[in-house]
Design a protein around this ligand. Structure first.
Ligand SMILES: Cc1ncc(COP(=O)(O)O)c(C=O)c1O
Length: 474
C-alpha cells in the first residue's frame, strides 16, 4: 500500500554514520514524498515533491534491507494503514505476547483454580519467572526484581521502603519537569508523613536548552536531600542522563536513588549490577510491548533486601509459607517481598511473551538500531527543515539520547493532529512538542522518510495550522 519515493539523505550524511552510500543521483537529493495517503487527502503540491525515483533504491530502503532486526517486523501486529511512531507510549502487540495470552486464557478455561498450581501453568510463580527474564534484560542480580502493579504504585512502594523517617534531611529530589506521576507520588508521600512538600520536595531545574545537567543534579544531591527519584531518559526531550555519574554521587552523599527507567528499558542497555542504584522502577508497556496497562517492574538492590516492605501484602510473603496464612508477614527473599496482592496473570502472560521477543532480538542490537533510527530522523529533519520552524529538542550525542527524537514547533499540536488524520501516529506533548519514537523491533527507516515527508507536505500546504484541535490523549 505504501510506496516509497526517492530517498532524502545525502551520501555524505549516510557515510558519516558508516551506513551504505546513497545511490540516488545528486539532483534527487533532498526530494522526499509520500504515497501513503489517498491523493484526495494530500494538500496541493507547491514544489517538486512528487518526483518519483522508484527505480533507484533510497538510502532508507538500503538500510532496511541490511537491517539485522528486520525479521522482527512481521512478528508484530502493525495497525492497518498506519505508520506508528508511538512505541514510547504504547508498544505494539507481538505474536509471542498474543500467543501467551491465548494460552493463559486456555489454561483458565481448562484448569480454573488449578492454574495456580498446575505444573505447566504455574501462575503462582509467574512473577518470579518474568522477573528472571527482566534480570537478564537489565543485567540485575537474581531476586532483585519483582512486579506488582503500576509504575506509580512501585514508586510509592520504594518511597515507603527506602525513605528514612528519622533522617534530619527530609528532601526528595526530583527533576523539575518530572513526569507528573513521579511528582504526585513524592508529594503525597511527604504529606502522608506530615512533611511539607514546599520544604522537602527539591527540584532540579532544566537549563536554558531544556536539558537536565548532571552537575546541577549532583550539586542538589549535596543539600538536604536523602532520596532522589530521577528519570533515566527524560520523557519529553529524550535526554539520557549519565546514570553512573549521578548514582555514584548519590552514594557518596548517602542519598538513596530510585531511577524511573520507563523510557529506557527495552531500548537503552542497563546494567543494574554495575550501576548499583538503590532502586529502579519502570513500566513495561512502552519499549517492552507488554500491552496497555501492563504490570510494571521494580528493582531493589540486594543491600536493602533485609528491609521490611513499606507497603505490605500477602504476595510479599515467603512463598513456601504464604498459604499458612500466618498473622505475621514473613517477607520473601529479595525484591519479592515488595509484591502486594494477587498477580495480574493475563497481563503478565502478555509480558512474558513480549519479553521473549525482546530477548530474541537482544538489547545491544536494539540499541544499535534505535540510535541509527533517531540519527536518521535527525538528519532528515535538519535536511528538510534546516533552521526554519523546527527545533530538535533531543541531544545529538548517542550517549545522551534515549529511544525517541523530540521536535519543537509553535504549531506542533496542529501538525500532530493532521499527521494522525493521515495515518501517521506520532505523539504530542504540551505545549509544542512532537515525539517521534521509532521502535527498533518494528519501525523501518522508510517509515522515517515517510513521516518527515508528510510533515514537510503539511508545512508546505495551505492548511491553517493556527486552528488547534482538541488535545489528543495518548
Ligand atoms: C517517566 C514515566 N514514569 C511513569 C509513567 C507511568 O506510570 P504508570 O505505569 O503508573 O502509569 C510514565 C508513563 O508514560 C512515564 O513516562
Amino acid at each position: 500500500m505504501f510506496l516509497l519515493f526517492c530517498g532524502s539523505t545525502p551520501a555524505a550524511t549516510v557515510e558519516s554514520h558508516g551506513w551504505m552510500a546513497h545511490p540516488c543521483r545528486s539532483s534527487d537529493v533532498g526530494k522526499l514524498s509520500v504515497a501513503a495517503l489517498p491523493p484526495s487527502q494530500l494538500p496541493p503540491a507547491k514544489n517538486d515533491l512528487g518526483t518519483v525515483c522508484s527505480n533507484m533504491p533510497s538510502s532508507a530502503r538500503q538500510l532496511d534491507q541490511h537491517d539485522p532486526l528486520s525479521r522482527f517486523r512481521s512478528e508484530f501486529h502493525l495497525p492497518p494503514g498506519k505508520i506508528y511512531f508511538d512505541g514510547n507510549s504504547l508498544g505494539l502487540l507481538c505474536r509471542q505476547a498474543e500467543d501467551a495470552v491465548l494460552k493463559a486464557l486456555q489454561q483458565w478455561k481448562s484448569l480454573a483454580i488449578e492454574g495456580w498450581t498446575d505444573e505447566e501453568a504455574d501462575w503462582f510463580h509467574l512473577v518470579e519467572r518474568i522477573a528472571d527474564q527482566l534480570c537478564r534484560i537489565v543485567q540485575a542480580p537474581a531476586n532483585s526484581i519483582t512486579l506488582a502493579g503500576s509504575t506509580t504504585l512501585h514508586l510509592h512502594q520504594m518511597l515507603a521502603t527506602l525513605y528514612r523517617r528519622e533522617d534530619q534531611r527530609c528532601g526528595i529530589l526530583i527533576d523539575g519537569s518530572a513526569f507528573p506521576t513521579d511528582r504526585y507520588a513524592a508529594v503525597s508521600f511527604l504529606q502522608s508523613l506530615g512533611r511539607d512538600p514546599a520544604q522537602c520536595l527539591i527540584e532540579v531545574p532544566r537549563d536554558s536548552s531544556g536539558y537536565l545537567q548532571e552537575q546541577d543534579v549532583i550539586r542538589a544531591l549535596q543539600t538536604k536531600v536523602q532520596m532522589a527519584v530521577l528519570p533515566s531518559v527524560v520523557f519529553t526531550s529524550g535526554q539520557l542522563l549519565n546514570l553512573q555519574q549521578i548514582t555514584t554521587a548519590a552514594r557518596d552523599n548517602d542519598v538513596r536513588i530510585c531511577w524511573d527507567c520507563s523510557h529506557s528499558v527495552g531500548v537503552v542497555p542497563l546494567d543494574l549490577t554495575e550501576l548499583q542504584p538503590d532502586a529502579a522502577i519502570w513500566c513495561t508497556y512502552k519499549y517492552l510491548n507488554g500491552g496497555p496497562g501492563a504490570v510494571a517492574a521494580m528493582f531493589l538492590h540486594p543491600r536493602w533486601h533485609d528491609l521490611s516492605p513499606g507497603l505490605a501484602g500477602w504476595f510479599g510473603c515467603e512463598k513456601s509459607r504464604q498459604f499458612q496464612m500466618e498473622e505475621q508477614l514473613v517477607p520473601a527473599e529479595g525484591a519479592g517481598r515488595l509484591q502486594l496482592g494477587t498477580p495480574h496473570i493475563l497481563s503478565l502472560a502478555a509480558l512474558s511473551g513480549s519479553l521473549r521477543t525482546i530477548e530474541d532480538a537482544g538489547i545491544p542490537e536494539l540499541r544499535r538500531k534505535s540510535l541509527q533510527l533517531t540519527a536518521f530522523l535527525r538528519e532528515l529533519i535538519q535536511q528538510q527543515f534546516g533552521t526554519t520552524g523546527f527545533q530538535i529538542a533531543t541531544p545529538d550525542e548517542d550517549e545522551r539520547r534515549g529511544g525517541h527524537l523530540a521536535i519543537r514547533h509553535p504549531r506542533a499540536r496542529a501538525i500532530s493532529s493532521i499527521l494522525r488524520q493521515r495515518g501517521f501516529v506520532p505523539d504530542f506533548r504540551e505545549p509544542d512538542l512532537i515525539r517521534l519514537a521509532p521502535a527498533p523491533l518494528y519501525t523501518q527507516f522508510a517509515d522515517c522518510e515517510l513521516i518527515i515527508a508528510a510533515i514537510r507536505e503539511i508545512l508546505d500546504s495551505d492548511l491553517d495550522l493556527t486552528q488547534s484541535p482538541a488535545q489528543q490523549v495518548t
